[in-house]
Design a binder for this molecule. Sequence first.
Ligand code: GAL
Length: 728
Amino acid sequence: MSSNLKNREIKLMKVIKNFNQNWRFIPELVAENYPDHAFESITLPHTNKLFTQLFVDNQAYQFVSTYRKHFTIEEDTTHKRVFVDFDGVMLKTTAYLNGQLLGIHAGGFTPFSFELTDYLQHGENTLTLYVDATENPEIPPYGALVDFLTFGGVYRDVYLRIVEPCYIQHVFVRPCDVLTTPTVECDVQLSEWQPGLTLQATLKDADGNIVAQQTFDVPADQLTVSLTDLAPVQLWTLEQPTLYHLHIDLSSDDQFSVRFGFRTAEFAQDGSFYLNGEPLKLIGQNRHQTYPYIGAAAPKRLQQVDAEIIKYELGCNIVRTSHYAQSPHFLDRCDEIGLLVFEEIVGWQHIGDEAWQALVMQDLQAMIEHDRNHPSIILWGVRVNESPDDNNFYTQTNALAHQLDATRQTGGVRNFAESHQLEDVFTLNDFTEIIQPPRPPHLITEFGGHMFPTKTWDHEARRIEHALKHARKHNLQLGHPDVAGAISWCAFDYATHKEFGSGDRICYHGVMDIHRLPKMAAYFYRSQKSPEDEVVLYAATNWTMGDRDGGGNNPLTIFSNCEVIEVLFDGELQGIYHPNRDEYPHLKHPPFTIKWQEPYNPWGTRMDDLEVRGYIKGECVAEQKITTDHLPHSLRMFTHTTELDAGGSDMARVAVQVVDRYGNVLPYQSQIIEWSLEGDAQFIGENPQVLLGGQGACFIKACHTAGEVIVHAKSAYLPPVSVKLTIR
Ligand code: GAL
């Protein structure tokens, strides 16, 4: 078995089939005998509606749609049980098989299943889903206002699962004594018990080598097995996130494979967070699962890319899944690349009645049962984000979390410091520019956000201040021994309800825009990376005389992880500068703050090209030039992947920026881009598209055939650009 074969794919070889293909969709509620030809053919994940980038109207997705799938099961299902598993459907699902009601599921963020067994027919079957995306006050997060959109549809993957009646329902792998003599304990929950059952547990390393193997008797439908005497194991670390697989073979002919890692994670009373016994300050981002155009219906690749952006482009070590459980693909990628996760239950400020709370409990249980094998997850959020105290409710959520997973601590995100704390970690949204008196272990779970919304096309002073607010808060938290870390609000701009946002239904709270393209603040985060990973040198300026109040460029801020910076005007050395340790003593790589003694280029005199050079150990390792003509020189087009998988789901984001002759983005270039495509793929986006902040993007979705696709973009003033994607 190949080393990086994933959990799901292993199961898929045995008993699970991807069920994303060949669905029919109609954006209304229709009878079961409504003709097929009236439906649109679709592949999952699917959004019930496509949107423009701005002005997303939440009324537009609130309707019931019908999803239909005809299918035949090739396998012999006699004496088997058959399920359909949903990773997430927004927001309420009523399912029928061949006209028989299978069940109703309320809740959009956690996985659920319906059993098909009793109603399966030989030959063709018809599965019908009525998916109601109404913002139903009885279903969390609704009941009050919510500052994000939920969208609608079968927006995550679906699987068909065929199992023996005696099958494995849940497996929870618990590495023990990780830092001394590692062993593995594993809880196994069966659907039913049969006499004479045995179970073989095989632990394999990332290369597929067997590390331990043992067979056990199965005395009941619930058991815990242990594997000891392991060959030395490698820890799961942020730098080297080594993963292992535990394969469980049940003699009733069922198998289950779980991917996990050996690591310890603890928020300690001394205020620090410890990963594998080493203190680690947490620097993170909140993430909403919102995308332009497609709402929340982002396929595997886009989910993976988000994790990669947060880890590699923003240099962060933790993400909070605000304010709900997120895609399995996102969490899988966090495991693979070494990005810690604080995963949180659904909700926003409001607590509903008993029935509503029961849905939160259901959501919490599903979240932990599905996600507790992820080594990246270090904390469960068991309080509705920023809700009032409710000791009765939160005693229950804490107890359930501890019962389902005694290995992880709980947090409960609140926005008032005096609240009752029932959780293990005090998790506080702290929008002040100080640190609220810590209650260790204490984690700052939000700052920034609505306190300073910033657009990519805002004036320079605002964009710089936005970045510096992030720099200041991290400087504070890094210098505070009682604070374990701080997670910014937030990674990416997101669509919201009319009661929030900037009047165009967007919260411009991201350090990147909704396309995941950087604002200046993104460069602050990036500059905190080790130069061994990436040398970063970014002058936070458009180098103009008349954009700031009062004019000029004083001071000039540069985000960099270089040791020393030279600044040149028109090729002439102006000065040599060091990181601003006076103001930012606790940052690993403080910004450079360059204050001119004499005002540089007094108003109306002259303007020279700017050049900055970064040095490490005396060697020039980076340089940036900014031209003063500010003329758009070219379009820059890029994509995070040049290969897509055929099958109707996979997507690439293709981005375009207007740049000057040195490659700097020109934020006030709102050019109109016309996109075109050659080859068999679907364009998703606005066409023509007005670039905002000098940048924009579309999605290219693979169809069902392999081949080449070329994406072109042109504007009236600049040479056209293109990228080639290969569809495999
Ligand atoms: C917080 C809330 C977030 C978001 C943020 C905006 O209070 O938890 O979901 O609304 O404010 O800054």
